[in-house]
Design a protein around this ligand. Structure first.
Ligand code: ADP
Ligand code: MG
Length: 277
């Protein structure tokens, strides 16, 4: 039995009366970046003009050498105040979100799984997710509803249910942190999931659990878009992205399919040096 605790499906939204906004939602791409520039608060430009369109249900992979600006882009998209989008637009279902606060973006369905998840001592996984789901849905979610949803997803993600009463990310192993990020994604049912190296530091088995977890969430919410940042072919073999983008020095220099991943594996990112200017 599918347990949805977040928003209406599009079909339900239409049954509830197709508004002009619903029509706009269906016409505009899910997530559209146009000439996005991002600078740090001291004014250093890190991301230097990125164009990207993620349509409903698509998986995109963003690859590139260390320091090229992948995490900066993902953080800026989620509204991290350490970064400023200095130019360009970021549209979610046609609405420009650049001026929206991070909590408004999260409520609208922009989700970022962090490369380095932070510990929050004194806040359990269960309490955190109850608050987060309430913020996302704007509805009260009972303790039992959260317990049921968590239990179901923890089973899918091979996590012990005792985990829900641990403090968020405190003393979590690398694999536990990453599974916890997927658990959050599963409960929050985002519109667009930005996964920043959710596969790093995982052994083969944990990697498969994370990949299967992402696929399970997509099965539950097929219209969700995914932008996954990764260095590794392994995750992408599982996820089979629709589009692969190679980033270099703050720009996307090449876009294509899985064949680009093969090139990265065999020749490294140097194969794309000088491409795209
Ligand atoms: P990637 O995720 O592709 O490895 P990052 O986005 O983390 O790269 O970093 C890109 C560049 O921006 C690096 O040179 C990094 O040192 C710099 N950078 C990132 N965040 C900040 C910040 N808050 N202040 C200053 N420099 C930063
Ligand atoms: Mg990074």
């Amino acid at each position: 039995m599918t347990r949805h605790i977040c928003g209406d499906t599009h079909d339900e939204a239409i049954e509830n009366g197709a508004t002009a906004h619903t029509i706009q939602i269906m016409a505009a791409p899910l997530f559209e970046l146009t000439d996005v520039h991002v600078a740090t608060t001291d004014g250093t430009e890190i991301v230097k003009g990125v164009d990207l369109v993620v349509n409903v249900g698509e998986v995109h992979a963003l690859m590139g050498p260390n320091g090229c600006g992948k995490s900066t882009l993902a953080s800026a998209l989620a509204g991290n105040p350490d970064y400023e989008i200095t130019q360009g637009s970021v549209k979610l279902h046609g609405d420009d979100i650049v001026d929206w606060d991070p909590d408004v973006r999260a409520k609208a369905g922009v989700f970022l799984a962090f490369q380095y998840p932070q510990a929050i001592p004194g806040v359990s996984v269960r309490n955190f997710l109850q608050q987060a789901v309430q913020a996302r849905t704007g509805k009260d979610v009972s303790t039992i509803e959260i317990y049921m949803a968590l239990s179901e997803w923890m089973d899918t993600l091979n996590m012990d249910t005792a985990f829900m009463d641990r403090f968020l990310n405190e003393g979590f192993s690398g694999g536990e942190k990453k599974r916890n990020e997927i658990l959050q994604m599963a409960l929050l049912e985002p519109e667009i999931a930005l996964l920043d190296e959710t596969d790093s530091g995982l052994d083969i088995d944990a990697l498969r659990v994370v990949a299967d977890g992402v696929q399970a969430v997509r099965g539950r919410k097929p219209d969700m878009g995914v932008l996954t940042i990764t260095h590794y072919q392994r995750l992408l073999d599982h996820l089979q992205p629709d589009h692969v983008h190679i980033m270099s020095d703050g720009r996307i220099v090449t876009s294509g399919g899985m064949e680009l991943v093969e090139t990265v594996e065999s020749e490294g990112f140097d194969a794309f040096a000088g491409v795209g200017g």
